[in-house]
Write a protein that binds this ligand. Structure first.
Ligand code: HEM
Length: 445
């Protein structure tokens, strides 16, 4: 299988660490649909062919598990929560959590998501003068919305008391997961290295907050303030017979997986709309013509353009830029026999840039997603197969709701010396240094 040599890898060492997205794009362009990395032991392959990806994530998913460095690193913070769990027993937890994401439930939590969006917009943008634009870090805004929406919709809890700590802890967590995932020499877990010490402290901080949320709910305190309901995620977990540690793991998983991704995706979407004023105007016009509150689930029929904008933004900037699997037994991918223990690396970032599937792949063209029907093969911002993102509908609905609330009253533009922030590949792909956009309030008619 073609791929970079050990010498190429040694030369690219720094750039792999600093900018893995460019590195992956580069090796894909040079070596094609199946790229082999020079590692000792079983092969490590980058899969760029949608058919091979489908095989690993869907058709043969039973034979490809999550025993990879990526998920082992995440598990050191989240424990074996839903996202990181490499065990077949993951399915029991998935079944337990699923009703919190069922359609009826999502229909009901629309009101909480709208409240989260409105609260952040009022707090962060309420004081803007109407006539002049002001530079605002919209990534900070979207992080707050993402976290608040998770708190309200999944735990019926107001997370604002914990917001600063949670935002700091999850950002540290993201950094640590990347460090651990990159480390060539696996460090002993108990060794007092800098990373291990920081990891323990971050985990402790997340533990304390999670324990507080659980205790508050058990005592019937704050939960009722925010309209608690037994069928939210926290209620389901508490009634499930899981241990406190298992509940903590799921809670921390949902906080990290549920807000980092949405926040990053929204920040990139707002950037694309600030760069493309006609697309933004079309969102605004569509929202103005929409009667009643936007539904988390049924927005596709009523706001097709806004939803297409979200789909296209997730194509260009898929927050989950890489997923990985390891084969449990020998298999054949892309016509090649591979042994047990083979590592499969799959990058939505690369797949979404295939010119044969998405002509002019670097252009922002929401109309690609306007026609009804399933998305094109090779489009997998939320993964594929049985481990597809459990929060997919919640995330998509939330993004549409936030766009509808924000753009109805505000215009976003880019500043005079605009250059896009660098895409930083952490747990999610974030804009490095935030997303400074010019926000102008639209005076009411
Ligand atoms: C799984 C992406 C939002 C919770 C995944 C996977 C992807 C993904 C690619 C599959 C990982 C794999 O196969 O290895 C995204 C993106 C989001 C988003 C791009 C937003 C734009 C959310 C939200 C939640 C969530 C809002 C929860 C509130 C999870 C969980 C899993 C998961 C728990 C693991 C599911 C399982 O293995 O059963 N996500 N996600 N995600 N996501 Fe999301």
């Amino acid at each position: 299988v073609p791929g970079p040599s050990s010498w190429d890898m040694a030369r690219a060492f720094r750039s792999v660490r600093a900018d893995p997205l460019t590195f992956l794009a580069d090796v894909s362009q040079r070596h094609g649909d199946l790229v082999s990395f020079p590692v000792p032991g079983p092969p490590a392959l980058l899969l760029n062919d949608p058919a091979a990806v489908r095989h690993v994530l869907q058709t043969a998913s039973r034979d490809w598990g999550k025993q990879t460095v990526q998920y082992a690193a995440l598990a050191r913070l989240t424990g074996p929560g839903l996202l990181a769990s490499a065990e077949p027993s993951w399915i029991e937890h998935r079944r337990l959590a699923a009703p919190a994401f069922h359609h009826e439930r999502l229909e009901a939590v629309g009101v909480q998501v709208r409240a989260a969006a409105d609260a952040a917009i009022t707090t962060r943008l309420g004081a803007l003068p109407s006539a002049y634009g002001e530079v605002v870090d919209v990534a900070d805004l979207t992080h707050r919305i993402g976290l608040d929406a998770v708190g309200r919709a999944l735990f019926s809890t107001d997370l604002s008391d914990h917001a600063r700590q949670l935002l700091d802890a999850t950002s540290d967590a993201a950094d640590l997961v990347v460090r651990l995932g990159r480390s060539v020499v696996p460090t002993a877990r108990l060794a007092p290295t800098r990373t291990n010490l920081r990891l323990r402290s971050t985990r402790r901080r997340l533990d304390v907050i999670a324990s507080r949320i659980i205790a508050e709910r058990r005592s019937g305190g704050r939960a009722s303030d925010a309209g608690a309901s037994g069928d939210d995620l926290l209620g389901l977990l508490l009634d499930s017979g899981l241990t406190d540690t298992e509940i903590r793991d799921e809670l921390v998983t949902m906080v990290i997986a549920g807000h980092e991704t949405v926040a990053a995706a929204l920040a990139w979407t707002l950037m694309l709309l600030a760069e493309h004023q006609p697309a933004q105007d079309r969102v605004r016009a569509e929202v103005a013509g929409h009667a009643g509150p936007v539904s988390l689930l049924r927005h596709r029929e009523t706001l097709p353009w806004t939803r297409a904008v979200v789909d296209e933004a997730l194509r260009l900037f898929p927050p989950a830029w890489v997923v990985s699997r390891r084969s449990r037994s020998a298999d054949v991918i892309g016509g090649r026999a591979v042994p047990a223990g083979t590592l499969a690396i799959i990058s939505p970032w690369i797949l979404h840039r295939r010119a044969d599937i998405f002509p002019e792949p670097e252009s922002f063209r929401p109309e690609r997603f306007l026609s009804p029907g399933p998305p094109p093969v090779g489009y997998l911002p939320f993964g594929q197969g049985p481990r597809l993102c459990i929060g997919r509908e919640f995330a998509l609905g939330q993004m549409v709701v936030v766009l509808s609330r924000l753009l109805a009253q505000h215009r976003l533009t880019v500043g005079p010396r605009w250059s896009r922030p660098e895409a930083l590949a952490q747990v999610a792909v974030h804009p490095a240094g935030g997303m400074p956009l010019v926000v102008t309030r639209i005076p009411p008619r």
